[in-house]
Design a protein. Structure first.
Length: 275
């Protein structure tokens, strides 16, 4: 298991965006797992708030150039990359001028969610998976962090199910309490169905709230990690009833070894929970 390939898909990563529990884990975990001898790739959105000059982002021409169709509109996919100076780690950024150029992350100046956050989520998820295929890199585990990755599991189980790069991949989702109030666009499921996602499998996000998106990722993951100490009762219950290996809350320190062992649990097909 030492050379297992781990794909990290994270909504926020330090130092590119401010530190939170999720963005800190998304920064520290891949480095530590890489130092334990596993191969990694790390992906995140290139939000306009990220300073490209300071972090020395540059476009990867050979990976860019694809168009992704969302709701009958073509959106160019641009891939950028940066290195974290204090680690032997590269981060790939999913970019598009329409979705990510604005100098904000998820909300406008009035703190309202951007109305296209659902399409940004779809573009990000599909952009990562299409880029991994272009890299010619087949991950053993796909580890998702943040609600913007919540649709990745269902896309892997359906749209990319027969793709040789993902056919054997196991999906782990870390569930955090870093969410939002309100809901995304009501047509989100309709747009996902245009990608071939079955309507029955996404009924839980007919009203795409934060809790509903958590429920979707829980339903389609092969393993779950409780990433925050105080999840809502609704999400905690969904995790409890998921019937897949689950790792309980690991705290903010000393979790790397436990998660690394959890990867082996998933790869070996064990069914028990991990405390």
């Amino acid at each position: 298991m030492e050379k297992a390939r781990i794909l990290y898909i994270s909504q926020h990563i330090v130092p590119f965006l401010p530190a939170t529990q999720m963005s800190s884990v998304s920064r520290n975990l891949p480095q530590a797992v890489h130092e334990k001898g596993r191969e990694i790739r790390v992906f995140t959105p290139r939000f306009g708030k990220i300073n490209e000059r300071r972090h020395q982002l540059h476009e990867v021409i050979r990976l860019s150039g694809m168009n992704l169709m969302i709701d009958d509109t073509d959106h160019p996919l641009v891939i950028k990359v940066a290195s974290i100076p204090t680690a032997r780690m590269q981060v790939y950024f999913i970019d598009n001028d329409e979705f990510f150029k604005r100098k904000a992350v998820l909300r406008d100046a009035k703190e309202k969610l951007f109305p296209d956050n659902d399409e940004r989520t779809i573009f990000f998820a599909r952009g990562v998976l299409e880029t991994v295929k272009k890299l010619g890199w087949a991950p053993d585990i796909v580890h998702c962090h943040g609600w913007m990755t919540s649709i990745v599991p269902v896309y892997l189980k359906q749209m990319f199910a027969k793709d040789p790069y993902f056919a054997e991949s196991k999906i782990i989702t870390s569930i955090y309490d870093e969410g939002f109030e309100g809901s995304l666009d009501a047509r989100m499921t309709e747009k996902m169905q245009q990608d071939g996602i079955e309507s029955k499998s996404i009924e839980c996000i007919d009203n795409p709230t934060f809790e509903a998106l958590n429920a979707l990722s829980i339903q389609h993951s092969d393993g779950l990690i409780v990433g925050s100490e105080n999840l809502s009762p609704e999400t905690a219950k969904a995790i409890e009833n998921a019937g897949v290996p689950t790792m309980s809350y690991h705290g903010e320190e000393g979790y790397v070894g436990d998660i690394n062992n959890f990867y082996d649990t998933i790869l070996e097909g064990k069914a028990e929970a991990v405390s």
